[in-house]
Design a protein around this ligand. Structure first.
Ligand code: SF4
Length: 345
């Protein structure tokens, strides 16, 4: 399963769902994000490891590729409209990759290791497997170029100007639930209608991943409804894998308010788990991609002592590193490019 949430600290990756949470000030104000809400629904202990303990997670090659493509699609709109063509996008890909290689060589090394071994962990024993020869990076970068080709087959970026890219949406519901996230792109049509666009660099949606994506989009739509007082006309998912596909959803105010109650219930459950310290593991298919099985009691591991809610912990000193992704690394499940996965509660 492709993992694609953002990779914290990766240059050009954009802020991610929970950007800024590594800063001590932000950590005093945890907020609900689409990625962390999905984590809690999947497995409360996974949520704890990511949002509360903030255990590090090595970026996957799928997540980093998603980060690359998202960064290119963001920067593409810095160019004059006539220059937004495939050749310029692929040139930008090289620029972003060079930045990552220069500033985060450890991320490149982790990805290279995964490409060599087929798993996200170094081989045991330190021996170099016979298969670990050659350089798989050119082919991997070509796969990112293929995603860009798919993008241009689905959309002509010369034909419009987005209102925003990597837009922070941060608000608080009337019930007090804090929401925070970043959406890939916001378009506004001639009549003022809003269109939220999200790029997915994983494969075309299956039922579960489509539900996860729509959850994310409704989250952004609700946040925009709170912030701007208007229901976005379109929620558009642009899938760049396997030939490409677009899904457009038209939300209604009543459904977003019902969705609000779901978020409020999730937040209440998170806070109750914090009160009791009881974040229970929930084994499922997602365990296959979970980076924390070694400390998960469902897999005979022992979790670290519960550190307490982030806002109640000291904020001085170096911030803990968050997990790689889920956030815009299109998460451990489905799509997530590598934005900062770490934190919003
Ligand atoms: S291994 Fe499975 S049960 Fe354990 S924390 Fe990860 S997702 Fe949850």
């Amino acid at each position: 399963m492709p993992a694609t949430d953002p990779v914290p600290g990766v240059p050009g990756a954009g802020p991610g769902d929970e950007a800024g949470e590594e800063a001590g000030e932000e950590r005093r104000r945890p907020a609900l994000s689409p990625s962390r809400a999905a984590d809690f629904k999947q497995c409360p202990l996974l949520y704890r490891f990511r949002a509360v303990d903030r255990l590090p997670e090595a970026p996957s090659q799928a997540a980093l590729r998603g980060t690359l493509v998202h960064a290119v699609l963001e920067r593409l709109f810095d160019l004059p409209a006539a220059e937004r063509v495939p050749a310029r996008a692929k040139a930008l890909l090289g620029v972003v990759w060079a930045e990552i290689a220069a500033e985060s060589p450890e991320v490149v090394a982790a990805v290279l290791e995964e490409l060599w071994t087929g798993v996200g962990e170094p081989a045991a024993g330190g021996d170099v497997p016979a298969a670990r020869v050659g350089n798989p990076l050119p082919a991997w970068l070509s796969s990112a170029e293929a995603l860009l080709d798919t993008y241009f087959a689905l959309e002509d970026p010369r034909a419009f100007e987005p209102q925003s890219r990597e837009l922070l949406v941060e608000t608080e519901l009337s019930s007090g639930v804090p929401l925070r996230g970043y959406l890939d792109r916001l378009d506004v049509d001639a009549t003022g209608g809003l269109r939220i666009v999200d790029y997915k660099t994983g494969t075309a949606p299956r039922e579960a991943s489509e539900a996860r994506a729509l959850f994310q989009m409704k989250f952004y739509a609700l946040a925009l409804l709170e912030l701007r007082g208007t229901v976005p006309e379109q929620l558009r998912l642009v899938y760049l894998g396997e030939g490409g596909e677009e899904l457009t959803y038209r939300p209604e105010a009543g459904e977003l308010r019902r969705f609000q109650r779901i978020l409020e219930a999730i937040w209440a459950a998170i806070r109750e788990a914090d009160r009791t310290g009881d974040f229970r593991p929930r084994r499922g298919p997602g365990c296959e991609w979970c980076a924390h099985r070694a400390v998960c009691p469902a897999w005979d591991g022992t979790p670290p002592p519960y550190p307490g809610w982030p806002e109640l912990r000291a904020t001085s000193g170096p911030a803990q590193a968050g997990p790689a992704e889920s956030p815009h690394m299109e998460g451990a499940h489905g799509e997530a490019h590598a934005r900062g996965a770490s934190s919003a509660a």
